[in-house]
Every structure is written in C-alpha cells, then in structure tokens.
Write a protein that binds this ligand. Sequence first.
Ligand SMILES: NC(=O)C1=CN([C@@H]2O[C@H](COP(=O)(O)OP(=O)(O)OC[C@H]3O[C@@H](n4cnc5c(N)ncnc54)[C@H](O)[C@@H]3O)[C@@H](O)[C@H]2O)C=CC1
Ligand SMILES: O=C(O)[C@H]1O[C@H](OP(=O)(O)OP(=O)(O)OC[C@H]2O[C@@H](n3ccc(=O)[nH]c3=O)[C@H](O)[C@@H]2O)[C@H](O)[C@@H](O)[C@@H]1O
Length: 429
Amino acid sequence: MFVRRIAVVGTGYVGLTTGACLASLGHRVECADVDALKVNRLRAGQVDILEPGLAELVARGRATGGLTFVEGARGAVADAEVVFLCLPTPMGAGGAADLGAVEAVAREIRDVLPRDAVVVCKSTVPVGTSVRLAALLGREDVAVVSNPEFLREGSAVHDFLHPDRVVVGSDSPRAAERVAALFAGLGAPTVLMDAASAEMVKYAANCFLAMKLSYVNAVAELCELVGADVTSVTEGMGHDRRIGQAFLKPGPGWGGSCLPKDAHAMLRVADAVGVDFPLLRATVETNARQQRRVVDKVRRAVGALAGARIGVLGLVFKAGTNDLRDSPALAVAELLALEGAELVAHDPQVDRPLPGMTVVDDPYAAVRGADAVVLLTEWPEFRALDWARVAALMAGSTVLDTRNHLDPDALLRAGLVLDGTGRVHRVTA
Ligand SMILES: NC(=O)C1=CN([C@@H]2O[C@H](COP(=O)(O)OP(=O)(O)OC[C@H]3O[C@@H](n4cnc5c(N)ncnc54)[C@H](O)[C@@H]3O)[C@@H](O)[C@H]2O)C=CC1
Ligand SMILES: O=C(O)[C@H]1O[C@H](OP(=O)(O)OP(=O)(O)OC[C@H]2O[C@@H](n3ccc(=O)[nH]c3=O)[C@H](O)[C@@H]2O)[C@H](O)[C@@H](O)[C@@H]1O
C-alpha cells in the first residue's frame, strides 16, 4: 500500500515537515524525537509550530496510518529503507556547527539499521559530515546521502512540496538515485552531485542570501545619507533578472535559526582550510550594525534612552512564524534595555514573559505612554492599526518603521513622525 518505509529523526521545523509531506506523497513514515513531550503531543495531533498546512497534513497522515510518532530514534529506524536525519546543528564553540545530535543519533542507530538502508542527512552540516557519518555508522551496506533542505519557516510545507530544486549528494550514485526518486513527483529540477558539494551548496546558498540582505541594508543606510529612497532603488535594481526582486527588503538585520549560525559555520569552515573570507565577515559585521543603527535612531527620537518608554511592535524574527530564535527584534530590544529603556512589547505570536521587557497581548497597550514606538516585525496587523488611536495613546510622536512596512499616509494623517529605513524624507505632520 505504501511506496517506501521511511524514518525521520527529529520532529522540528524540518523533520515534521519532511515526515508529513513524505507521508502525503504515499510513503509510510515514522517520526522520532528525543523529546517525549513533543512526541506525545504529536501523537495527539498537536502541532506547536506555526506552519500553514502542517497540522492538516499531520492529521491526514495520522488518519491513514501513514504517519506515526515514536520516542527515540532506534524505534523508528528498525524497519526503515530510508532514514532522514533532521537534527539541530546549532552554533557551537567559536561559531562552528555543533554536530553533537547528528553524531549521537548515528551511534544510536548503527546496529539497528536494516540491511541496505540509506541514511540521509537533511540537517545543515559542514563538508565532510557525510564521510564522518559513514565512519560512525561503520556499515558497509548502509550508504550516506546529503539532501540539504531549503524550506523557509512560515511556508515550510509549500516550500517542501514546491521546491526550486532538490539537491542530492552522495559518493554512492545508486543511493543518491534512490533518494532522488522520493522527490520525483514534485517535478522540481533535481541536481545530483557528490556529498561534499551538496553539503557546500547549503552554506553557499544561505550565506549568499545573508550577503544580499547585508548589501541591501548597507545601501539603505547610504540612501538615508544621500537623499535616495531605498524602496525605489531596490525596485529599480530588482527588475534586472540577474538580481531579482526577492530578498531586497531592508530591515533590522537578518536573523532566525539558520542564516546567522550558517554564516558563522561557513566562516569556521573557511578558517579551518586557511582561507580568509572578508566578504562573509563583512556580511556578518554589517548585520550587527543594523541593530545598533536602530538603537541610535530610537535614542535620537527620545533624547536619552535611560528611563524612556519604548513601545515595541514585533518580536519574532520575521512575520508568519512563532520562532524567536536569533530574532533581530530581540537583539534590538536587548540593546535598548541595556541603555535603560523601559520596553513594552507586543507580538501576535508571543504570549510568554521575556527578560528585559513587559510583553502585552494588545498592540495598543504596547504603545500606551510610549515616548517612541519601534516596529521590528512586519506583521500585517500592524499596518492595519488605528494610527489616530496610537497617536492619542503615545506620549511622544515618533514611530520607527525598521521594515518600511507601514502606510506613511496613515501615520501622517494621525500627526505622527514616521522614520523609515533607507528613506531620507521623514514623513511629518
Ligand atoms: N528551520 C528551518 O527553517 C530550516 C532548518 N534547516 C536545518 O535543519 C536542521 C534542523 O532544524 P530545525 O528543524 O529548525 O530544528 P528544530 O530545533 O526545530 O528541531 C530539531 C528536533 O530534533 C530533536 N532532537 C534533538 N536531538 C535529538 C536526538 N538525539 N534524537 C532525536 N531527536 C532529537 C529536537 O527535540 C527537535 O524536535 C538544522 O541543521 C537546520 O540548520 C534547514 C533548512 C530550513
Ligand atoms: O536554512 C534555513 O533554515 C533556511 O533559512 C532561510 O529561511 P528562514 O530562516 O525561514 O528565513 P528567511 O525568510 O530567509 O528570512 C531570514 C531573515 O532575513 C530577513 N529578511 C528576509 C528577506 C528580506 O527581503 N529582508 C529581510 O530582512 C527576515 O526578516 C529574517 O530575519 C532561507 O531563506 C531558507 O532557504 C533556508 O532553508
């Protein structure tokens, strides 16, 4: 009845999406996690990450019996033909990728993997990890394949099912073909290569995206000083198909669970082989500068930050997710709090206390009595706020829109001062 028996180890953004999507393609998928609570919640159909369509796919998979959940990797892999590793590879010592979870699972499963199984690493890992995994598994009959994942949070299911490309790398062409066949139905260009190249593609792609954003943020800074409008500039640039319109929006710096850690890991990879990579170093440094720039602008708006009350709109790293990992908004908030600002923050997806600020469940409560308001995440509901009401509630009048997300006319009509990013013309009443 099912096409293949697949195990997925790790049920986070990548693992759960991979498991649910492969089940929807007709495979029998068992997902494993070390977190018993998470496994129990998933067994009950509870999906805690915000991903459109994911809960529905999980429900469908549970109903057909094509998708099940188990605690611990060993239970999931025992009768699997293909095992996907979707484990965290966080920033470790000195910025290198921490492969602890990946290596621990390899050790855990090596003696229970069925004959001729294929182990696929979907985690983002430095070049050489496939070779290391093969050595750790110590199984002549088990091939290791690198299949980096390119999905974005907030559109994980869509991105998985409609990828721009599928990259499959292995030093065993037969194993690579077996893995590529799993994605054949997606109709995406499939690029087969050796394992080292596949591992490199992922870092090279994420670092390129980071570089594009740092470039655009630096251009935005220049625009402010020379009197140009970055929105017009990026639109004019983006029509060139070699540049493209995507990933050209300036903001408070790029964040999230991957771009920052992957940029640092790539720097460490370069370092390890004795290569200086000034372009990537500047990409990272330019990013840190964006957060300081936001703080400087808020300081300018209120005079002194110590004792100033700042309303913060948005805490997650981008709209459409509930992920706070490495959020530029949190980095800005931390810098503001360090200078003694009193922060009242609202994010539609955050309802828990956070250090250094008061989190409120209503945007109007966040702006009440604020000397300045800073928008850090581009939630659509912020655009739709009643700005006359905001103006009446605020003590001051400056709204810093780090994402150029708000409608300038609406703020102007409300008598507010709008300070955007990369736009010299401040909109004032
Ligand atoms: N989040 C994203 O948008 C993307 C992430 N990636 C990469 O995919 C990998 C996974 O990332 P996420 O899914 O975001 O991580 P995550 O942190 O959301 O999920 C990882 C899961 O693995 C589980 N886990 C940890 N150790 C385990 C063990 N020993 N046995 C079984 N389960 C274990 C954790 O409990 C957690 O549920 C990382 O290498 C990341 O760089 C790649 C593309 C996109
Ligand atoms: O390896 C990963 O985990 C993933 O990392 C990113 O995906 P994601 O972290 O979900 O977030 P992005 O949509 O790329 O945004 C990253 C950061 O850049 C910022 N950004 C993005 C686009 C833009 O135009 N401007 C901008 O400031 C976002 O606000 C956010 O802080 C990549 O886009 C995915 O392809 C990759 O698979």
